[in-house]
Write a protein that binds this ligand. Structure first.
Ligand code: MN
Ligand code: MN
Length: 263
């Protein structure tokens, strides 16, 4: 699935802005399948596909959730409604706290709850998560959105009896360069150059480069670069009580004429 999404992005003239996420049930974000993936999606599963496109580093980030499970159709519908409610707020109100409030109140009215510690975000060239966060709940003292901000809004909803927050799992299959610096180690420097040329500071996944390395070598090099703080990793994010999570996301921009939805 991930490779199908990414090859379609390339066929249409873009590049993946980050590794395609396939989040099944309680796996909420930052799960990028690898080439040795053995997991199979079941009809009962709630599946989030989170993907992004960049052109010259300019990022669009979007996601959809799919399920064949009738039990969770209303969860998906509520999440789409929460995203729409947030978009309706942004059209006339640039206070980020009010966007979160609209997501939270829509979720609760529909009988669900938002994931309280995941947020939308502004994007900048070669940066997927830039300065401003857009939480899925109300919070005071947040900045305003302003003209020329480009940002993603992404409600994550789960069941009313779920914990309603995510914890970090042990799996790490998404990485990004923190800074480009020579290490003096030929193998490390070659990997840094490879990633920098293709990605700059945008996230990547070992699946994209593992064909160039003997088994296990790429991960060992990434661990070494992480230890030297030249690479950072992103752990898989999991709903704390193991309940299914749905997500819908759009990237949008504010200009002097109003709101433009980019995805
Ligand atoms: Mn996304
Ligand atoms: Mn996002």
């Amino acid at each position: 699935m991930a490779e199908k999404v990414e090859s379609e992005i390339v066929r249409r003239g873009g590049q993946p802005a980050f590794p395609t996420g396939v989040g099944v049930n309680e796996i909420t974000a930052h799960y990028a399948p690898q080439e040795d993936e053995t997991g199979v999606i079941q009809e009962s599963d709630v599946v989030k596909i989170d993907y992004g496109v960049h052109i010259d580093g300019y990022v669009a980030d979007t996601s959809i959730t799919l399920t064949e499970n009738p039990q969770y159709q209303s969860l998906l519908e509520a999440t789409e409604k929460a995203l729409q409610a947030a978009i309706d707020v942004v059209k006339h109100d640039r206070r980020i706290g009010e966007i979160g409030r609209a997501i939270d109140s829509t979720a609760k009215r529909e009988g669900f709850r938002p994931i309280s510690n995941l947020s939308g975000h502004t994007v900048q060239q070669y940066i997927v998560h830039a300065g401003k966060s857009i939480p899925n709940v109300y919070a005071p003292n947040l900045p305003m959105l302003k003209n020329d901000d480009v940002f993603a809004i992404e409600p994550f909803l789960t069941l009313a009896d779920a914990a309603g927050y995510i914890v970090e799992g042990s799996q790490e299959n998404i990485f990004s360069l923190v800074v480009r610096r020579k290490t003096g180690n030929k193998e490390l420097d070659e990997l840094m150059d490879l990633v920098w040329d293709a990605r700059k500071t945008l996230p990547f996944t070992p699946r994209w480069y593992s064909g160039r390395y003997k088994e296990g070598r790429l991960l060992a090099l990434l661990k070494e670069l992480e230890k030297r703080r030249l690479v950072r990793s992103y752990g898989t994010l999991i709903e704390a009580s193991g309940k299914p999570v749905a997500q819908f996301e759009h990237t949008m921009a504010i200009d002097e004429k109003g709101l433009v939805i980019l995805t």
